[in-house]
Design a protein around this ligand. Structure first.
Ligand code: FPP
Ligand code: MG
Length: 328
């Protein structure tokens, strides 16, 4: 999926270097797990996290390309490890259109393979600050795990409010985006204020991205996404389109959708999923969720314009615009 970066050949080339670093690391794995992990890391997505590191590392004047590639590889490997574990938790047999690590080797070995990736990512950090150090990584990782724990504990409870949802996606997605933007800037001699500005930009981008991803679970085409539609509802995970639809229903003094989803057995049957999808759409849940994603985008743009570096500002804006129009 590196063709996502076709219009930015320089970043595309750097991302290929990030991939090479990751593959070299995975090549040190022993036995049958090596090809399994190699397949997982070679099925690259858009590589947004390393791209954010590379872009924000352009904020200073120093030549930091090699460091930015290494830090980008660390963050991508953490993300890839989290996906291995996520597929076990979700029981997902597909990842990016291919068989997941979980589907290939089962839960026990997939847990260990994810741990292996995480351990190797941490090894790339050792003794090579600045940019990213163990404290910064630990904070991001613990937020990631906490929000997954919270999501799992709340599975099947569809009636959460917006702030609970935003806290969850803040931990599960935005924290790693924020860390990526922060650590690129931190490779350079920039002020703490600039690093924190980058952190906020990454956070807003992560929230907007996850909302968009959650919307695609309601409207996306399964072939393009490499996974089915309605998956979140089926597995009892409330996301913004549903939350907005339930808010709207409450405002109208109705409760058809609420009743449909009350005390449902998880995984939910296909007929109920389909009915719920239709009602979320009819209540304007998707549009309202899109509106909130836009407001995070707007907030991020305001912060981006305060960076004072035209090239970096333009690259971040281009990325945002491309992501906003994505269907995958
Ligand atoms: C995808 O969410 C999952 C994440 C973004 C984070 C998962 C984090 C963990 C499992 C914590 C463990 C972390 C490490 C580093 C080992 P999703 O299920 O909404 O998206 P999907 O549709 O792509 O599966
Ligand atoms: Mg998942």
């Amino acid at each position: 999926m590196l063709e996502f970066w076709n219009d930015e050949p320089h970043i595309q080339g750097q991302l290929q270097e990030v991939s090479k670093t990751i593959e070299q690391t995975v090549a040190t794995a022993h036995g049958f797990i090596r090809p399994v992990l190699m397949d997982h890391v070679q099925s690259t997505g858009k590589m947004l996290r390393p791209a954010l590191v590379l872009i924000t590392s352009g904020l200073g004047t120093g030549e930091k390309e090699a460091d930015a590639i290494r830090v980008g590889a660390i963050l991508e490997m953490i993300h890839l490890a989290s996906l291995v574990h996520d597929d076990i938790i979700d029981g997902a047999v597909k990842r990016r259109g291919r068989s997941s690590v979980f589907a290939k080797v089962g839960a026990k070995q997939a847990v260990l393979a994810g741990d292996f990736l995480l351990a190797k990512a941490l090894m790339l950090t050792s003794g090579k600050e600045p940019g990213i150090d163990s404290e910064v990584i630990s904070r991001g990782l613990s937020r990631l795990c906490e929000s997954e724990l919270e999501q799992d504990a709340g599975q099947g409870d569809f009636f959460i409010n917006r702030s609970t949802y935003l806290r969850r996606i803040g931990g599960k997605t935005a924290s790693l985006f924020a860390l990526s933007c922060y650590s690129g800037a931190a490779l350079q001699e920039v002020t703490n204020q600039t690093k924190l500005l980058c952190h906020r930009i990454g956070y807003c981008m992560g929230i907007a991205f996850q909302i968009q991803d959650d919307i695609l679970d309601y409207i996306g085409s399964s072939t393009k996404l490499g996974k089915g539609t309605g998956g979140d509802l089926k597995s009892g995970i409330p996301t913004l389109p549903l939350i907005c639809a339930l808010e709207e229903e409450h405002k109208q003094g109705l409760n058809t959708l609420r009743t449909l989803l009350s005390n449902r057995k998880i995984p939910m049957d296909q007929r109920t999923v389909k009915q719920a999808l239709g009602q979320v759409e009819a209540l304007g849940g998707i549009q309202k969720a899109q509106f909130l994603a836009e407001s995070y985008k707007k907030r991020a743009f305001e912060e981006i314009h305060r960076l004072g570096n035209t090239k970096v500002e333009q690259q971040l804006i281009n990325l945002f615009e491309k992501l906003s129009g994505r269907s995958v």
